[in-house]
Design a protein. Structure first.
Length: 126
């Protein structure tokens, strides 16, 4: 196995300072995107976020039917999405509706944008 080594004559202090500054300036965005990537590492949660983006709101019973899962299994996924603050819920009579947190939508659009562009391109070409 090849080993990767780095041998430099001298550190580029300006580059290092600039990179430290970039990371620091974007710390919040990086943290929120990282959190989103962690929560969407599960395919079901990723699909839930995608459907909520497309349909605006869904109840756990509908999601259970869509994914062929039990309501308790869907509820566990929704709990993780709520804890990450990417999904909010609102009671509508006896039904709980889940929807995307408006303050987190920009991060979701970054992540789901490519999928959305693919979907609209496929739909418009048919």
């Amino acid at each position: 196995m090849d080993r990767i080594t780095c041998i430099r004559a001298e550190a580029d202090k300006h580059l290092i300072v600039d990179c430290i500054k970039l990371v620091e300036e974007n710390k919040q965005v990086i943290s929120e995107l990282n959190q989103l990537l962690e929560v969407t590492a599960n395919e079901v949660r990723f699909k839930i976020l995608y459907l909520l983006k497309e349909k605006n709101k869904l109840c756990p019973c509908d999601m259970a039917d869509i994914f062929g899962m039990t309501v308790p299994a869907i509820s566990q996924h929704l709990s993780k999405l709520r804890k990450s603050k990417f999904v909010l819920s609102k009671r509508d009579g006896t039904t709980i509706q889940y929807y995307l947190n408006p303050t987190r939508k920009p991060f979701l659009h970054m992540l789901l944008g490519h999928l959305y562009n693919q979907t609209t391109a496929t739909t418009s070409s048919n």
